[in-house]
Unconditional design. Structure first.
Length: 339
């Protein structure tokens, strides 16, 4: 098994702006990244001299990039989804998907559906082949309890493809049956929401990342704890794990070792550990052993991390964020001891 205690950076690329999203071509070091300059870039990260090829079509931050067969689908703050041919880099289809900023885009395990969430507080499920709308899911309030606009930051699909989770600014998380589009459960994480009624009259925080466990029975929810000064993110990152079918919280991590937002959560494919990553002004990553109920590794990252992808064996981690693309490699304990 890849061991988080033996992890090292093997590639670090500087890029202008902020990279919000990442899609990796299976079995390769080729990635598609979505950037703050409204473009998608195709590049081989591990090449000696990577030569990014740009794909222009959006009008604002590209917040989602997912691969489905030989097509790439991207989402952006302009509210559109664009289908691309991964070889010609030509746009195949453009859909006006949301009325406000799209925050995240995910693809189902079988590649037949993509799911988008946006600040119009709607989750929409799309057919990859036709671009048609399959479900429109409304389970989040448009206003916070303090009567300000809310935000629908994140979504995740279960590994078995049966369920979908969505999480918003006030810590409300909904689990949906992906086939029928019906809500099947909801869990609350209100500690991830901070309201400042005095100085800024503003809220901050929210659920920023979601991930189902490999058996689809647990839901990991990431964000940040209560914030004293909402102009800064210098408070502990927060992670809560639920048995969502029983509506029972099984784990809670907010120990102060890591500060900022948990922007991305990824389970080891055999549930050996859970990786969380994000940042405040700086970046971090942190591994958790849920069976032992403890953090087993935490380190600073070269940048605030926005998105990550693993190889099939979870030995390599590809990550993008503020101004950088980074690749980490992990070795098994035996390999590290003999090297």
């Amino acid at each position: 098994m890849s061991d988080p205690q033996h992890i090292k950076i093997v590639k670090e690329l500087n890029r202008p702006g902020i990279l919000f999203s990442l899609a990796r071509v299976a079995g390769s070091s080729r990635v598609f990244v979505g950037a703050s300059d409204a473009k998608v870039y195709d590049l081989d990260v591990m090449a000696e001299k990577p030569e990014p090829q740009e794909m222009a079509g959006h009008q604002s931050y590209v917040t989602g990039t997912v691969l489905a067969g030989n097509q790439l689908v991207s989402s952006a703050y302009d509210g559109r989804l664009i289908w691309w041919d991964t070889e010609t880099h030509q746009a195949i289809r453009s859909v006006e998907a949301h009325k406000r900023w799209i925050r995240e885009l995910v693809v189902t395990p079988d590649g037949s559906r993509v799911v988008s969430v946006a600040d119009d507080m709607v989750c929409r499920v799309w057919d990859v082949e036709s671009g048609g709308l399959v479900h429109e899911l409304r389970g989040h309030q448009e206003k916070t309890p303090n009567h300000f606009p809310s935000m629908l930051y994140t979504c995740a699909v279960s590994p078995d493809g049966d369920f979908l989770a969505t999480g918003d600014r006030v810590g409300h998380n909904v689990i949906w049956d992906l086939s029928s589009g019906k809500q099947v459960a909801a869990v609350e994480t209100p500690t991830m929401y901070t309201w400042d009624p005095k100085q800024r009259i503003h809220s901050i925080g929210g659920v920023r990342s979601l991930a189902f466990s490999p058996d689809s029975k647990q839901l990991a929810i990431g964000g940040i704890g209560k914030i004293g000064n909402i102009d800064h993110l210098g408070v502990p990152a927060r992670l809560e794990i639920f048995d969502w079918q029983k509506n029972e919280r099984t784990h809670e991590f907010s120990d102060g070792k890591i500060k900022g937002l948990n922007e991305r959560l990824v389970f080891h494919p055999e549930n050996k550990w859970l990786l969380a990553a994000g940042g405040d002004h700086n970046g971090f990553y942190q591994f958790f052993d849920l069976a032992a109920n403890k953090s087993i590794k935490h380190e600073k990252a070269p940048m605030h991390i926005h998105d990550m992808a693993f190889d099939a064996e979870a030995n390599e981690i590809y990550a993008v964020g503020h101004g950088k693309i980074v690749v980490w490699q992990m070795s098994a304990t035996e390999e590290a001891a003999s090297s």
